[in-house]
Write a protein that binds this ligand. Structure first.
Ligand code: FES
Length: 60
């Protein structure tokens, strides 16, 4: 399956497909479906989106 990236208006960056994520502590995680990455900076679970863009006033 091709990996695709989708930018949601006023929301996260979605990555569709299997990806490998290397975290800042060096841990590597594999995601196999759709992964939502925070674009607004308000998430408590960075690099992932936790829905806080809905209440943070993010408007991009
Ligand atoms: S984009 Fe969803 S919490 Fe930041």
């Amino acid at each position: 399956m091709e990996t695709k990236v989708e930018v949601l208006e006023k929301g996260p960056l979605l990555v569709h497909g299997t990806i490998s994520i290397t975290h800042k502590n060096g841990d590597v995680e594999t995601k196999k479906r759709t992964t939502a990455f925070c674009r607004c900076g308000a998430s408590n679970t960075k690099p992932y989106c936790d829905g806080h863009h809905n209440t943070s006033g993010f408007n991009d």
